[in-house]
Design a protein around this ligand. Structure first.
Ligand SMILES: Nc1ncnc2c1ncn2[C@@H]1O[C@H](COP(=O)(O)OP(=O)(O)OP(=O)(O)O)[C@@H](O)[C@H]1O
Ligand SMILES: [Mg+2]
Length: 144
């Protein structure tokens, strides 16, 4: 397990980049942590590692954002699907988004904020990341 103490958003961004470098192909990443814990900052770091040029923001109102990246190590295009399941109430609502189709896409990386519902899918194996507050206001503990 890796544990990182981040002192500011830039360090959380860097932690996301470092985490991305170790990801297996077609991973499904679940980011756990409260409102404002830094999940989206961490996703921005992951997307930066994969050379995404799109704006990366929490897709709170539209459930999923799609970005196109490039994986330098594997020399291949990478489709990144950024979910935020905060507003979904049950598994059916998640199924209705076409969630399983995104998971089955080749050369893809799914990143999920508020992933509790996704974890209920038996077929999904989440790479889990936990973000929690540290001792001071700008501090976050990142574990994966
Ligand atoms: N060490 C830190 N790492 C990340 N963000 C930090 C840190 N210190 C302060 N912040 C601030 O905390 C906020 C984190 O916001 P962010 O959108 O990443 O949270 P989130 O976990 O995605 O929240 P939500 O559940 O609402 O989507 C930002 O305003 C950021 O500037
Ligand atoms: Mg967010």
């Amino acid at each position: 397990m890796t544990e990182i103490v981040s002192r500011n958003p830039e360090e959380t961004f860097e932690a996301g980049r470092k985490f991305a470098a170790g990801l297996a192909q077609n991973s499904v990443v679940g980011l756990y942590g409260n409102l404002g814990s830094g999940k989206t900052v961490f996703v921005k770091g992951i997307c930066d590692y994969f050379n995404v040029k799109n704006d990366v923001n929490s897709p709170t109102f539209i459930i999923v954002n799609e970005y196109t990246g490039f994986d330098n190590a594997r020399k291949s295009v990478l489709n990144i699907y950024h979910f935020d399941l905060y507003r979904l109430k049950n598994l059916k609502e998640l199924t209705d988004t076409g969630f399983e189709n995104y998971l089955a896409t080749d050369n893809s990386l799914c990143i999920i904020e508020w992933p509790e519902l996704a974890d209920e899918y038996k077929s999904v194996s989440l790479v889990k990341v936990n973000l929690s507050p540290g001792d001071s206001p700008g501090e976050r503990i990142i574990k994966y």
